[in-house]
Design a protein around this ligand. Structure first.
Ligand SMILES: [Mg+2]
Length: 121
């Protein structure tokens, strides 16, 4: 699995996505690919209503491809976050720990599939 991850990062450097992009531009790609996953899953859920022998399994293959696309964008986004941390000379794990300390005490509830903080309800 690590090898696949490294190949994605290598590809990102080859295409200059990592050098010329940034966390915000890459977040746009993550959002775009997440939308494509949702569309593909919706199509597959419709297929599941059909008897198994009538299902078009190319649609499931398409779902898998879209999940791969999304994972690619997430790997590159994570790499760009690390590049940003390096530029700022901050430790990415320390940033994560700060966020964790903040959210661990947070209360709230799920609204339309999204966690909403108590103070925003
Ligand atoms: Mg895609």
């Amino acid at each position: 699995m690590i090898e696949l991850h490294e190949r994605v990062v290598e590809w990102g450097y080859e295409k200059e996505i990592i050098q010329k992009g940034n966390v915000l531009s890459q977040a746009g790609k993550v959002k775009e690919e997440a939308g494509e996953v949702i569309e593909a899953v919706d199509a597959w859920l419709k297929e599941l209503l059909l008897p198994a022998e009538n299902r078009d399994y190319k649609i499931l293959a398409h779902v898998m491809e879209e999940i791969g696309d999304l994972r690619t964008t997430l790997i590159l986004e994570n790499k760009m976050v690390h590049v940003l941390c390096s530029m700022l000379e901050v430790d990415p794990d320390e940033c994560l720990l700060l966020a964790l300390h903040k959210i661990e005490k947070r209360t709230g509830k799920i609204v339309d599939g999204v966690f909403v903080k108590s103070e925003d309800l």
